[in-house]
Design a protein around this ligand. Sequence first.
Ligand code: PA5
Length: 423
Amino acid sequence: MITFDTENLFSYIDKDDFQRKLPVGIDALDSLLKREGAGSEMLGWLDLPDAPESEISNIIDTGKRIQDENDCLVVVGIGGSYLGARAAIEALPADAAFPVYFAGNNLSPGYHERLLSKLDGKRFSVCVISKSGTTTEPAIAFRLLKRKLVEKYGAGGIRNRIIAVTDPHSGALRRMAAENGWRTFAIPGNVGGRFSILSPVGLLPCAAAGIPVAGLLSGAASGMDTYKRKDETNIAVRYALMRWLLHEKGTAIEVLSTFHPELALFCEWWKQLAGESEGKEGKGLFPASTVMTTDLHSLGQLLQEGARDILETFLISAVPLRDMTVPAEESDLDNLNYLAGRSLGKINQKAFEGTRAAHISGGLPVITLQIPSITPDAVGNLFVFFELVVAVTGRLTGVNPFDQPGVEEYKSRMFKLLGKPGA
Ligand code: PA5
């Protein structure tokens, strides 16, 4: 499903060293699959596409019910509790045009004011997603949205308009759901937020948005089969090893560059996955992203001629789902008729090829990941590919990829500033 092209990589890392270390990469994968090593209690995501048929049907049916009973859905969550769903919804064409809005991923009054006014006069439900059930940003947004629901439906009318996705047994949100009789879905205890896209965290918002969940799951399942293989051709292991070796030699940043704006949020999901998993103990490539050709006119200069501590990984779709041609114009004052009648998808492809060649000549190590098309299958496949790459990289660099102790620092300082009791 993913074509992996390592271009000029062996000008930057030693090929013999890479070959010698491949067994170390395979061992890293093996330790994950054997559920060994740091964070091994959080490896439930390795089994996720195997959810029981009944749970998947329940998610799909709930998604349809949400569509039938509402004009839109608001999904409340932050970090791993929203990025995967948002990535899939932005990337994929939906079967039904049903708007899904996101809240609880920032503390901006302006953002929430605009969102709340969009809901005026609309029938809406709220899907609140939080594993801990105590994260400040979604908790505040949820209060605002509950108040809006009560204004519209009355205190007695909101029970069926709230769905909680949270820990199966504990936490504030689980308790609130039980007390108020809200519908719930469980996030498996052994699955962390940023690895939860294939759980109800990602699948329920996708189902409500009309994204074909079955396609996502089948792409993910075939991805798991492929990228769990313990052999030296496994591209997840090869890519992880290349990232590690480059990082050891001083590469500080990995830029995921796409030529498909619909994958912009997918890049955001990847940034969280890689950053929160690998960025600890003074280690970790800083994950950045660009959306081309837009960013060629902002960051292209730096990529071409700036500091040479960047790995650029292109994420490309071979064929657009829909294409169009450039119109001819009689006057040709803009000198564009040489492109008239040509496919925009192919022009975009040439822009990618030109950019890649330019960045190679500018001295960047470059990897290309190409999927056939941006379909549910391919996106499901990409999710598990990157999950495995990041987990294997974490094992190689020696960190625990499944915790995030550093995230607490801003919270405790913020809580002190806000005067939270006990902070
Ligand atoms: O990957 C993670 O674990 C985090 O990004 C969490 O998903 C994020 O902090 C939200 O946490 P919660 O779901 O508990 O509200």
